[in-house]
Write a new protein. Sequence first.
Length: 489
Amino acid sequence: MPAALTRPVAARPGRRRDQAREVAGCTPGRSCCIVPTDVHLRRPPMSDASAATDLRDDADRWRRQDLALRIAVVLLAILAAWRLGAGYQRLLFAEAAHRSTGFSLAEGEGAVDLFMRRFETRDFFASHNHLRQVYPPASYAMLWPIIGWNSPPAARWTWAVLVTVALGWLSATCARESRASRPLARLAMGLLPLGLIATSAALAVGQVTPISIALLIACTLRCAREPRDRGRLPKRDAATAAMFTVAAIKPTLAAPFGWLLLFAPRSWRPAIWAAALYGLLTMSADAVRNALRSTASHVPGARSAPPTPGDQALLVLRHESIENTRALFHGGYANLQNLAVDLGFASPWSFLPPILAMLAFGAWAWRHRDDDPWILLGVAGLVARLAFYHRVYDDMLAIPALVALARIASGMIEGRTGAQPVEPGTARRALALLLLATLPLLLPVAFVPWSVRSLLCAGTWTGALALLSRAAQNGSSGTAARRVEGVDA
């Protein structure tokens, strides 16, 4: 897979280039990625024997890349089918029980998180609350039409449909935006998010992560690629704000991407609309809950009668996790919030490192607001993953960074002034880092122990942050240089 993401050979006149493309089997009129750079095209004239040898080497290299791509696509397809099948089976059909109540609540089975959110949503709008809420009121206002009013089986199937749409869009977007020059490479990039361990885990437990990430990518690309003019349609800004608001169901996922909504479009209108919509949902949810309590009425199905055994299990689990700070952060890894708790910082001081990281990313996003939107998305996703408490299903936040690395490895990135070339050394490092970052996210835990996997993920994500920041800095320098040349001209 990664070999095909090398930089396409630049279109240069010359008979030797055409001969190499013919021997390698390139399609006329399309780019050909025989080697990472085009250094061999600038060699001085050589004998016919040497030229023929080089042509054979180029053709052999092309065939090896083609074979590696085919193997990668087959393996990714097997992983995607296996993990999506397991995830859907647990989301739709798995039953589970808590040991103390007989109701199964084993993590990774039976859409546990989906049922937790459903119970919290119904409890939020009930006349009497059984537990403290873990999400803001606006989140429950958005979850109620999806999973709050219907039966558990209907909630499962509704959620499965929404997640399927999100994963399909995410797969197609990764394939299209990777800048891979060959169909097999694009297919591999499209299969990559479907074969991740994080995708299967998020699907199995009913997490909102796939939906939120798809919406965050969509609204950021929409903001960054719209033409900057004064005739922006308000309805387009409203649609962008609505997508971001729905993605903010889980605030720790969407928080860093708020800087991109604020800075990327060079207009504050989408951010203002999103803040207004989120505030309206918050006030509406509180108003409805207060009205229901004051009239001693309640939403059908969320009665203050004794909870069912399943509700009791959810209530016990949630209370246990909230009463103890370390229990709340049990299961998370590779983030500053867990590190603060391990160092002895209790809540609310454990939120200080993530907040500082958020502020630093905001300053960085302002400086690089005109760079490739996928670089901004990749850095935002990694900051969200490394700063706040997250578990394995939130490793999907690394998907934008993987796409950004693929774009850098292709040799060209995007900017406001058009396509910008990438240094060959940076492209090769991005390709190597793409390989290293995907391995711990794809390999089963049986092959990679959890402690090793955590270290690999943290190390590769930190390296990806450094490389993406460097690529953004180089892109900004190139943009500034072109602006100066334009002024001088």
